[in-house]
Write a protein that binds this ligand. Structure first.
Ligand code: CUA
Length: 304
């Protein structure tokens, strides 16, 4: 059979194109490591993210320069916001949605993933220099889609810490009752940290030095005598490094809706409290006697 030369050339050109197309598609799907969200991770329940990775979205250290960031996207924000990581680090982001489809895209980079409810998107990113990146959502997710944004701060090593502070105290106490202010400090680094927890209330300042192991949480309770503060509103502030938490406690003559029953309960509580005090008594007394020294230490530290 005789095939015309031009027809032969066209047949060869068509073959080359077909092989070329197949090659580019194969390279795009295998060579570049682009995968579908949900290929790598188990599914989660989006409406109640009780999965411990996402119930408290956060950054945690997992290796010398390696970090994991657990991020949730919801109408119309990202959590945590801002996300803070150190320079020269490798960060693996795990991102999921609490409601509808969003996306997690670092502006000006090729870091970009769809965020699908029920699925966990995973991306590993290397950060070099300190820089701020905007995070945007580029999947239409509702009326405020255009306002859905966040930040990733890549900060210098010496400005980076992974300490979380959460302090709690009662809103209202009766004169004469103790006020317990509890500071919960979490260290999300791998190495232990040494720091000072300081409570300011009224004219009083009390401090306690703590050492917290990597990945651990420390609870420090300061007990303040409400009678010394007097009736009224008293603002308190707990400080750990650059982190602060503050609120107001009101000392009242007598708590409202105090039935006879309640009073009886209160009394029994007081008894148990007294028992607790004896247990933790050693620490408590030491704290109070140490106060002045620690204070001057702390102010000395500030001067540096
Ligand atoms: Cu979230 Cu658009």
């Amino acid at each position: 059979m005789n095939i015309h030369t031009y027809e032969k050339l066209w047949l060869i050109a068509a073959m080359v194109l077909i092989v070329g197309f197949i090659a580019t598609i194969t390279y795009g799907s295998v060579g570049l490591g682009i995968t579908m969200v949900g290929d790598q991770q188990d599914t989660v329940e989006p409406t109640e993210l009780d999965d411990e990775r996402f119930s408290d979205p956060r950054v945690a250290q997992v290796g010398e320069n390696e970090y994991e960031a657990y991020v949730t996207a919801q109408m119309f924000s990202f959590q945590p916001d801002p996300i803070e990581v150190p320079e020269d680090s490798e960060v693996t982001f795990y991102v999921t949605s609490r409601d509808v489809i969003h996306s997690f895209s670092l502006v000006g980079t090729n870091v970009n993933t769809m965020v699908i409810p029920g699925e966990v998107a995973e991306m590993t990113v290397e950060f070099d220099e300190p820089q701020d990146y905007g995070v945007v959502c580029n999947e239409y997710c509702g009326p405020n889609h255009h306002n859905m944004e966040g930040m990733v701060h890549v900060v210098p090593e010496d400005e980076f810490d992974l300490t979380e502070l959460d302090a709690e105290a009662p809103d209202e106490v009766e004169t004469g009752d103790d006020i317990d202010v509890t500071a919960t400090v979490e260290n999300r680094l791998l190495d232990p940290i040494e720091t000072t927890v300081t409570l300011e209330i009224g004219n009083e300042t009390v401090s306690e030095d703590v050492t917290i192991d990597g990945g651990e949480t420390d609870e420090t309770t300061f007990t303040v005598d409400s009678a010394q503060l007097g009736e009224g509103d008293h603002e308190w502030t707990v400080t750990v490094d650059e982190h602060t938490d503050s609120w107001t406690v009101t000392v009242v003559d007598e708590l409202e809706d105090g039935d006879a029953d309640d009073d009886a309960d209160d009394e029994s509580n007081e008894n148990t409290d007294a028992g607790d005090d004896t247990d933790g008594g050693e620490n408590g007394t030491e704290d109070e006697t140490d106060t002045d020294e620690t204070e001057s230490d702390a102010s000395g530290g500030d001067d540096e």
